[in-house]
Design a protein around this ligand. Sequence first.
Ligand SMILES: [Zn+2]
Length: 389
Amino acid sequence: MKLDLTNYPVTDNHCHPFPAGREAKEFERNFCIGLYPVPSEDMRNTLYYHMMLGELKRLYGMETDTPDSEVIRYRNQFIREDRSGYMQKLWKDAGYRKFLVDFGYPIGQKHDRSKYLRPEEIQGMYEDCEGVEIHSINRVEWVANELMEEGTPFSEFTDLLIQRTKKMVEREHLTALKSVIAYYTGLEVKILPEARVKAGYERFLTDPTDGEAEKIVRDYTFLVGCQICHELDIPLQIHTGLGDSPDCNLIKGNPFLLYDAMNLPEIRETKLMLIHGAYPYLEELGMILNHYENVYADISSFCPYASIAAEDKLLKLFELAPLNKVCFGTDGAGIPEHSWFGAVYMKKALGWALDSLVDRGYISLSFAEQSAENILYRNVDRIYKLGKV
Ligand SMILES: [Zn+2]
């Protein structure tokens, strides 16, 4: 391998906190991003689980034939007795410099405040990541939900949504906003005349089970979210592709569904960061990045959850995507090892993918090196204006 990315710095474009008390008790149960309970035995039979355990043995200096139960026992004891030392070991091994953290828990269609991160859990994320810069992200839908819970009339909704979201950006020092419209009603955002939006909004407030009315409200909120990001000159992270079943209707996560919204003149001037590589719609995503100057992407979630897909899927994305618009990310949540493993493994997979292109003479080694740096951390710095590493 000509390209060894092991010691390159890395920035995670999209991850979540992993508060100690919220970890699934059985380690392997942290390996499914779906919300239905799944058998532990199934999780122990995923490739991702085995790949992670293999890397943990390397990290802990264990023999490759160490039983899984011993690895997990050692891990649980280490994190319990010296949480900060354990975190430092992970971040140093992966070469982390920055995390862009979506603090907008919970995911899901219900606005369930009991699942919100408590202030001490948010603070805990900073303590766990000492030495790594944290940049925060939060969701426009949470502001819209709050306004609707308060019964805000439509005549005041738009102004209040803009005001409160901007206040949230200021108060929480947000680097970007996020939209999870894919979780609610899907990415096929429609642009409607105001009278129809008003009627839909009022119907949804009266009957929250009215799916058609909800779609009108969610689409409108998304468009206002884009407007806010445009005004503040910050990116809007948009969930695309794979998500948590059953909350996410996976068929509605194809980024091509954003066609109408993406072609609005004002949105063409808004930075849109399509996250999760839109997995499995990688080719579609690459095409969009190629055609729309304002659209960027990260590879979070399919890296690392889709295990061996990484190298192959990166090349699918690279078919059309300009490599100065693709960012590394993990969507790590629940346990810190997802973000750690995502970086360790992606450096290998990205190295293999770029190497294969150098070997065939398609690109030079220097373009491969430069692109690896761009994808691992430089693109994020430029797109979000985060400054130099
Ligand atoms: Zn996420």
